[in-house]
Design a protein around this ligand. Structure first.
Ligand code: GLU
Length: 485
């Protein structure tokens, strides 16, 4: 059944701000967001910050930054659970009056002893219901000076079941669930309870979250039932594993969303990659965010864990880089050139450099590294000079330099000048191309050298070639002598 047919879809992303935004959480957020977008619904951001020891304002900011970079805009919120304490207390009072919540005066020591005895009897430790009111049951006398915790009166029998939109039918026996604490003796509400009140108040229709929460769901359903709330649909998304099948962690590479922009990944590529991580639409591999929002549904999420594949992400990122307009790419590349310590003020237009390098660089960071010789006159290794600057090459370079001084400075004419030189001296193409490449870039693998020359500009090309002839003499090379800029 698609609730989406009948009423407004309302989804939420509810991260706990305890450090960074995990790339797996980014995918959960993407799915919840895309589902709302698909059905023209509402996407809500809720910060679950009740773990005061671990939650920090910095970690909240990291979540907001990550969501912003991913472009997962929320329609409502961010709501902060710490700002909703009065509301949780109010609901607890209502439930107390309704008899679906009761005070429990057990001290921590008593609870420890209870669990100890259960373990000794070979039983699973659980609350034994000693303060649970039942008709005809006499409760222990209320001890003086003890503030009670509040426990939820979980149904004793029957099953809690739901049709999970990702995993299919899931059911739990109520007999396995004990009366969990919804507010501690210091009156702070617990996590599982706050989630229920929030999902209810925020009229969430689809809870899309990680499958580490499957065990919480039966408790939450019971609380929602006790509140008389309409139940949302649940879709529990499997976790993401690293290439080795282990839970994705730092040792697999970048796990924090914000590491991706820092490492030169494009937002659209990361979204595309995350979308395909556990979800598919036929054989489609490359699609826009807009396309994804039109296609996304919960039925095509695979219930099995998805494997994170860094190589595939790099491939996808490269596809996006190749398809990005050079002028746009230039803007993206600029900060990376700065980080690489390159000053672009007196060098070629970044747009031209990006256009030449985009076929070779899977990330912006790598593109910046490749761009080095465009902005800094390269040092050339002695060994490369010995290998490529042969006796045949030297006069060819000299003659070419003379020609280039007057060549019309466009790629086609530069190329024609190089070819003419090769023909005139009876050389093979690489005999001139390789020394040119080495002298101009310090490398043997680069984009087409005529294109590089065009971008470098006549003056710079001639200056780099002229380094061969200090004070007009020809230079003797040896392998240990590097060619300084
Ligand atoms: N705050 C929970 C987490 O970060 C998510 C809870 C939920 O989605 O219901 O794992």
């Amino acid at each position: 059944m698609h609730a989406s047919n009948s009423k407004e879809v309302r989804t939420r992303f509810a991260p706990s701000p305890t450090g960074f935004l995990h790339i797996g959480s980014g995918r959960t957020a993407l799915f919840a967001w895309a589902y709302a977008r698909r059905f023209k619904g509402t996407f809500i951001l809720r910060i679950e910050d009740t773990d005061v020891e671990r939650s920090t304002p910095e970690a909240v900011q990291v979540i907001l930054d990550g969501m912003k970079w991913l472009g997962l805009d929320h329609d409502e919120g961010p709501f902060y659970q710490m700002q909703r304490m009065d509301r949780y207390k109010e609901v607890i009072h209502t439930m107390l009056s309704a008899g679906t919540v009761y005070p429990c005066y057990c001290t921590p020591e008593e609870l420890d002893a209870m669990r100890e005895a259960q373990r000794a009897r070979g039983e699973k430790p659980r609350y034994d219901g000693r303060w649970r009111p039942e008709s005809g049951k006499t409760l222990p006398p209320v001890p003086a000076g003890i503030k009670p915790a509040m426990r939820f009166k979980n149904p004793l029998d029957g099953v809690v079941a739901w049709e999970d939109r990702v995993k299919g039918r899931i059911e739990f026996n109520n007999g396995e669930l004990d009366d969990f604490v919804i507010a501690r003796s210091d009156a702070t509400p617990t996590y599982n309870f706050c989630v229920c009140v929030d999902d209810w108040d925020m009229k969430i229709t689809h809870v899309i979250r990680g499958d580490d929460h499957v065990n919480n769901t039966p408790r939450q359903i019971n609380v929602l039932n006790a509140l008389g709330a309409e139940l949302p649909e649940y879709g529990h998304v499997s976790m993401i594993l690293g290439d080795d099948g282990q839970k994705l962690s730092k040792r697999h590479g970048a796990v924090s969303v914000m590491e991706y922009p820092q490492n030169g990944y494009l937002r659209d590529a990361v979204i595309n990659y995350l979308a395909r991580l556990g979800w598919s639409h036929g054989d489609e591999e490359i699609f826009s965010v807009q396309q994804f929002c039109e296609w996304f549904d919960l039925d095509h999420i695979t219930p099995s864990p998805a494997q994170f594949n860094t190589e595939k992400l790099r491939w996808l990122n490269h596809e996006y880089i190749k398809r990005t307009e050079p002028s746009v790419l230039a803007e993206m590349l600029k900060p990376f050139l700065g980080l690489a310590g390159l000053s672009t003020a007196n060098g070629p237009a970044i747009e031209k450099v990006a256009e030449l390098l985009r076929d070779r660089a899977p990330t912006l960071a790598e593109m910046a590294a490749l761009a080095h010789y465009f902005y800094v006159r390269p040092e050339v290794e002695g060994a490369l000079l010995v290998q490529h600057l042969t006796d045949a090459a030297k006069p060819a370079i000299a003659a070419l330099s003379a020609t280039l001084a007057t060549t019309n400075w466009i790629k086609a004419d530069i190329s024609a000048a190089v070819k003419a030189q090769v023909t005139q001296l009876g050389l093979k193409m690489p005999q001139l191309m390789m020394p040119l490449r080495v002298l101009l870039t310090g490398q043997t693998q680069t984009p087409a050298i005529d294109a590089i020359m065009e971008v470098l500009g006549r003056e710079e090309v001639l200056a780099r070639l002229a380094r061969m002839w200090p004070e007009g003499e020809s230079l003797q090379f040896d392998k240990t002598q590097n060619f300084k800029p």
